[in-house]
Design a protein around this ligand. Sequence first.
Ligand code: SF4
Length: 445
Amino acid sequence: METRKVAFYTLGCKLNFSETSAIGRQFEEYGFEKVAFEDAADIYVINTCSVTDHADRKCRKVVKEALKHNPEAFVTIVGCYAQLKPQEIAEIPGVHAVLGAAEKFRLVETLAGFEKPTTGPGRVYASPISEATEFHAAHSYGDRTRTFLKVQDGCDYSCSFCTIPLARGHSRSDSVQSVVERVEKLAATGVKEIVLTGVNLGDFGLQGPERERRENFYDLVQALDEVEGINRFRISSCEPNLLSDEIIRFVAQSKRFAPHFHIPLQSGSNKVLGLMRRRYRRELYQERVRLIKEVMPHACIGVDVIVGFPGETEADFLDTYQFLNELDVSYLHVFPYSERANTLAPTLPGRVQDRTRHERTTQLRSLSEKKKRFFYEQHAGQEAEVLFEDDVTNGQMEGFTPNYIRVTAKYDPLLVGELKRLRLTAVTSQNLMEAEELGIEVFQH
Ligand code: SF4
């Protein structure tokens, strides 16, 4: 019998990408062949996101695209959007099955023969989110340079704009020992950098059916720092109230943890933080940044911000702008607020017009570019270790320093996956860093 082919499409965050890889490996264990999305596959798996704007439209578009490549294919939808709106998705023409959060890691067993329903909408296999209590480990596996390793899932917080707890369930984690074993295996395959990923990573440690707190994120960081064979660990993102002083001080003297923090702020106005139901105020955030910069002056700090949240007046926005302008951070990820069904935020008074949301986004994105340039310029002339990745665009390749400076260089296949000590020279007009080999100038833009 001919080997059946499966192809994947992932929307959304790194966690989704790592889960797609894990589902892909399950298919391979069952003897399927993984092919590119453009190749005619027998089965398409589309991993959706609920945070993406117009999730429904995007999902429809990818289904259409899949069927263009093979009109006879079996199309399955998984992911956050599938958990939130399973019936709606099952009605999309061409969708044969929809699997929720508790079912997606049993996809091959659940759909067994991949028999299409003869009539009506696609089949739905989605239990209530309260039943998604198991932790399923996952990691992405791209060019083997950098891997995203999922160590935590779900969230117990209730930020008023967020659907993630509804789509992914309560907070739950792998154990420290199991993560260490996975990391050792990845090290043996030549992975150089691991990015620790989760929905609320700082909440790592709730385990088992009772979700007892057996360990915490600091335990994990300390244990991983001892694993031989991995050059760098990066913490993908950590809530400011969970990024403790002890973690910051540990990273400062660590052998392997990169001096790079991504800390969601969401708003620099305490009034808006309250409306968002965030668990900190701006003074705590300021204190985290101060400590990081005191113990690691070269650290890179990224910030998530949402603008145009209901009730955010011009004065509140300016408060955020001023706060960020004065804060010693290196870049911003700015998102215009967007209404999500079944959340509290859209019911709050003071809706901000779409045009204003976009204007505020533009202002903060331009502040981000300035901050990034300033951060990069501070490092020009210094030496740094760069880990080059496999992507090539217009003959150029890119790599990152431990503190997340993006370095551009002429493509050289020998550099892929290599750690190379270079001198950072100048910042390009696109905010990329140029570099040269120590002694001889070889990397030109
Ligand atoms: S911390 Fe807030 S924003 Fe982040 S996943 Fe949890 S509820 Fe959503």
